[in-house]
Write a protein that binds this ligand. Sequence first.
Ligand code: TPP
Ligand code: SF4
Ligand code: MG
Length: 305
Amino acid sequence: MKETVLKRMKDLPSTHLLGGGTPMCAGCGGLAALHEIYDLLGAKTVFVNAAGCMTLLANYPFTPFRGSWLYTAMASAPAGAQGVRDALDILIEKGRLAPEENLEAVVLTGDGAAYGMGLSSTSGAIERGLDFIYLCYDNEGYGNTGQQFSAATPHAARTATSTGPDGNPGYKKDLFAIWTAHRPAYVATVIASEPLDLARKIRQATELEGPRMLLALAPCPTGWGFDPQLTVDIGKLAVQTGIWPLKEYRDGEVRHTKVPKTRLPVEDYLRPQGRFAHLFEPTRRDDLIDAMQARVDRYWQKLES
Ligand SMILES: Cc1ncc(C[n+]2csc(CCOP(=O)(O)OP(=O)(O)O)c2C)c(N)n1
Ligand code: SF4
Ligand SMILES: [Mg+2]
């Protein structure tokens, strides 16, 4: 049995993440982003995964990855990446690993870990100048355990733990700003529904050394309550309404990489999602919708001034 499995794995293409057979939800926006990113990073990666939905991808010996995978506790993925990086550097220094066989240490984490539990170990790793890529798929909640609110949940969204008439009372933390405050090598926001923007940023990240973050908004049909066939549409609406600004940070400068020419109303993004249904039924909540629109407008107006 084991030999058959190993033979089948050997016959697989070398750098592709295989979507079929994974125990993920149909239409998972996080998986779509990872799929595109892994195609570009290639098999010479060691994923250091903080517990979350993507952990389901590595059920030994069946995994769609061709590279290596290390599973860590939610708060500890950057510490795990430090260990991997140090081990690789020592092996290369001792001549036990050829430099061309070097691997990229890539933290793969959800927002629950990235915006909350793992923030202090992440801050320490950036401060030490760890040479790693930090990939956060942000589905704006603790998805794997039933979409409880996280520090990435938007204001007014309903979650398993924000069930009142106003939804989540808190506001989404600005992880991009938290990272750039550390002056790392590179930070970028991406989304799978904008693959060209995403591909350019992955190339940029791989050409640099040091701490580099890719923050992917991950439309989540299960946790956000929309039809899985709408994942790409929801992703595009996040960009076109200005809710998810596509931008990058390098050398102390932030640059927006795709500015919507005419911003659509945020309502277009909210309406198809069950987590915002209480803003429209039974009574329309103009107070919450208008406040959300005003926050997005203020963000973009600040850039224009
Ligand atoms: C310290 C700790 N608390 C709770 C859990 C249980 N747990 C496993 S996955 C998960 C959700 C993680 O959320 P996020 O990081 O956003 O990833 P997602 O599930 O959304 O992919 C939780 C709470 C855990 N593994 N470790
Ligand atoms: S809960 Fe959301 S993020 Fe998790 S696998 Fe399902 S669609 Fe993907
Ligand atoms: Mg999450």
